[in-house]
Design a protein around this ligand. Structure first.
Ligand code: HEM
Length: 402
């Protein structure tokens, strides 16, 4: 049987053949290194995402001791604090309460209203790239673009984007299967600084309210309920982090896919395939987030036919589910016009990505602008992936025009 080894450079370079072997061999397998049950097939991942007996956390139901887990390491308390009230660390009823409040102000309509700003940001940055002739799509475009969009939506000063990028890059290392103490230390420091920054920002918004998201989170009320300062801090941080890293990597991985499949790029340039459809294929074919975990919270849970015990963890392999031939026809083919939004890349159920409308808008506008401004774009050198599995993204995407 193929071996799941996320530290293997060959696996990172192209995990999909190994994932295909694993998926074909079994719907679920034990990964000794991480102590998790790995779920490989679309139907089981789709069902697990919607199973309320599985949670992103267990601490609302059990102590660490009850599940035989080590207590959280006090050295990383600042990082933990920054995420304490993140939607991603909560389950109902807290999750429902906080998500309801956030959803009142972070709505699809408020996202749609951003389109003119998103379009002009994309246009200005990409014109500068085109004029340079050769550029890195990630550092010259995708990063400044997606940070500018989320900052202007939240009402965070554009002058602080470098700070936010540094913190965000440090924090996301905590989500990998293998993290060094040095990386944990850096994430902890970033968490501390990020909390202090956000606290000051919220104070400022109280005195100088505007009609942007952080101010709206401060003001939002629902049936007498409101968000606490700590809840607003965690929410702002998760929106800033989630709001750009995955979008940047979708743009990088997706444009790499197009430039490796020039026939598909030509379908974009000729206008045959609408950008909106292509976005779904970019996210399905080589998604930016490859693995999400769940804890088993109740007795009697079966995942992919295997009975599991309370306290077990599963890891859903999104990249494997998204290429499952039992769900997608010819799944290894990058087909820009497939337009199939049933990929699992935005999750499903309780934690379904609240930023999906924004992510889709950002990627669609980028693709449309790239096609319009540089139909003849080519790879100037072969890109490489960061040596991380959970967050899948390129170190750079070196492009040339004209
Ligand atoms: C292509 C880009 C993106 C992808 C692939 C993506 C993917 C995901 C996935 C898979 C989840 C669910 C995690 C789970 O079930 O365990 C999620 C949740 C979330 N995402 Fe995204 N995301 C993207 C962009 C964004 C953006 C732009 C924002 C915000 C501005 C955002 C904010 C969030 C938040 C706050 C959650 C937590 C929701 C909850 O727990 O209720 N994401 N995202």
């Amino acid at each position: 049987m193929a071996r799941f080894d996320p530290s293997d450079p060959a696996f990172i370079a192209d995990p999909y053949p190994v994932l295909a072997d694993l998926r074909e061999a079994a719907p679920i397998f034990w990964n000794e290194a991480s102590g998790q049950w790995m779920v490989t097939r679309w139907a089981d991942v789709h069902a697990a995402l919607r199973d309320k007996r599985l949670g992103r956390t267990f601490t609302h139901r059990y102590t660490h001791a009850e599940l035989g887990k080590p207590e959280p390491d006090p050295r990383w308390a600042d990082f933990e604090e920054s995420e304490r009230w993140s939607l991603l660390n909560l389950e109902p009823p807290d999750h429902t309460r906080i998500r309801t409040l956030i959803s009142k102000v972070f709505t699809p309509t408020s996202v749609a209203a951003l389109r003119p700003m998103v379009e002009s940001t994309a246009h200005d940055l990409l014109v500068a790239c085109r004029d340079r002739g050769r550029f890195d799509l990630l550092s010259d475009y995708a990063q400044p673009y997606s940070v500018a969009v989320i900052c202007s939506m939240l009402g965070v000063p554009a002058s602080d984007t470098e700070l936010l990028l540094d913190w965000s890059h440090a924090i996301v290392k905590m989500y990998e299967l293998t993290t060094t103490d040095e990386q944990r230390e850096a994430a902890n420091t970033a968490g501390r600084e990020f909390v202090a920054y956000t606290r000051a920002l919220i104070d400022h918004k109280r005195d100088h309210p505007d009609d942007l998201l952080v101010s709206k989170l401060v003001a939002v009320r629902d049936a007498g309920d409101r968000l606490s300062i700590d809840e607003i801090i965690s929410t702002t941080i998760v929106l800033l982090n989630a709001g750009h890293e995955a979008t940047v990597n979708t743009l990088g991985n997706g444009m790499r896919a197009f430039l490796h499949h020039p026939d598909q790029w030509r379908r974009m340039v000729s206008g045959e395939v609408p950008a909106r459809a292509a976005v779904e294929e970019m996210i399905r074919w080589d998604g930016p987030l490859q693995l999400f975990e769940r804890w088993v919270l109740d007795e009697g849970v079966e995942v992919a036919g295997r009975p599991l015990a309370v306290g077990d963890t599963i890891a859903m392999l999104f990249g494997s589910a998204n290429r499952d031939p039992d769900h997608f026809a010819d799944p290894t083919r990058f087909d820009a016009g497939r337009g199939d939004a049933t990929h699992v890349s935005f999750g499903g159920g309780t934690h379904f990505c609240i930023g999906a409308p924004l992510a889709r808008l950002e990627v669609e506008v980028s693709l449309r602008t790239l096609v319009a401004l540089m139909p003849d774009v080519v790879l100037a050198s072969e890109p490489a992936y960061h040596p991380t599995f959970v967050i899948r993204g390129l170190t750079a995407l070196d492009l040339a025009v004209g």
